[in-house]
Design a protein around this ligand. Structure first.
Ligand SMILES: [Fe+2]
Ligand SMILES: [Fe+2]
Length: 323
């Protein structure tokens, strides 16, 4: 019944942010995802889309977002070697891989909004943060795929793999797991490897790509990781204060200055964080296969709000034997 009159609240006709997120997830073309995402972010921040979701409506979220069929998918082990950016072919392969990752990052951002926002009764600033992440990821995709074209190739010219979405599916029942695995493991891994990638482009004589990665992508990825850490802490602390299953408690939490809660978890002492970090370790060990790979970019990770006590114990092969 809710499908009747489309809403005048925005030029796209989306009444809520979740409706807009679903429209983006159901768009095949990543350039369209990026431009719809940019428009939606503007409408959200300008107040043209005012509600994150309709509390009385449950909208189905696709298990897999729509994707272009012309991007050939292969198993991660069958991916061609990327090389070290010393040749044009290697630079194209690396840029293609980065653009593909960004295309999934767009979907991950809208998926977390659509899948968990209402279910977990998340506060408005959760939506603000992930709309901003989504907007960044769309820009990253557009810039990197544009640069790939300047280098004589295009997105879809090479095979790609969907490992990132496989882990999204594995975390589709738990916002804590999604935040931990996608934003505090995968995105943090991106922070670990990006400086080397930037140096390789620089050494290979491609300053334009190096500059793009260094001045746009890298600093923004730090903020994405920070969003993951911030909301992981928030959700843990909220759970400690009241059962997440208790809808009355959820409603209450939604209404009571949640930003104060998250700010408190961000700025508070380590003593408060011990149970949060323990939960993080347990969740990553359950939902992510294998140890985390050092070396870690400790400076960037610190800037994102998590110190070595979060991730170094997870780099130990024998789980349970934290250093
Ligand atoms: Fe990105
Ligand atoms: Fe990101």
């Amino acid at each position: 019944m809710e499908a009747s009159a489309p809403p005048p609240s925005s030029s796209s006709g989306d009444r809520t942010l979740v409706e807009a997120a679903l429209r983006i997830l159901n768009a095949e073309d990543p350039w369209v995802k990026a431009s719809l995402g940019e428009a939606t972010a503007k409408q959200w921040f300008d107040g043209l889309i005012s509600r994150p979701y309709d509390p009385s409506v449950n909208l189905p979220v696709p298990e897999r977002p729509a994707r272009l069929s012309n991007v050939k998918l292969v198993a991660p082990s069958l991916m061609p070697k990327l090389g070290k950016a010393g040749s044009l072919q290697s630079r194209q392969a690396i840029l293609h891989s980065l653009a593909h990752t960004e295309s999934w990052a767009i979907d991950l951002s809208w998926d977390i909004i659509a899948r968990f926002g209402k279910e977990e009764a998340m506060p408005r600033s959760f939506f603000d943060d992930f709309v901003k992440v989504a907007q960044d990821e769309g820009r990253h995709f557009t810039l990197l795929s544009g640069r790939l074209q300047e280098l004589g190739s295009f997105y879809g010219a090479l095979p790609a793999h969907d490992g990132l979405w496989d882990s999204a599916i594995q975390t589709s029942n738990s916002l804590l797991a999604r935040l931990a695995v996608e934003h505090c493991v995968h995105e943090a891994r991106g922070l670990d490897v990006l400086p080397t990638t930037i140096s390789r482009f620089r050494n290979g004589g491609d300053d334009a790509t190096a500059d793009l990665l260094e001045t746009v992508v890298y600093p923004e990825e730090v903020t994405h990781c920070a969003a993951g850490v911030k909301w992981f802490k928030y959700l843990c602390q909220r759970t400690q204060q009241g059962s997440p299953q208790d809808k009355d408690v959820q409603e209450d939490k939604k209404l009571q200055a949640p930003d104060q809660l998250s700010a408190a978890t961000n700025e508070n002492s380590e003593a408060n964080l011990d149970p949060v970090i323990d939960t993080f370790h347990a969740i990553v060990r359950t939902h992510f296969r294998g140890p985390l790979k050092p070396p870690f970019n400790e400076q960037a990770r610190q800037a994102a709000g998590f110190g070595p006590e979060w991730y170094k114990p997870l780099a130990v092969k024998e789980f349970g034997l934290a250093e």
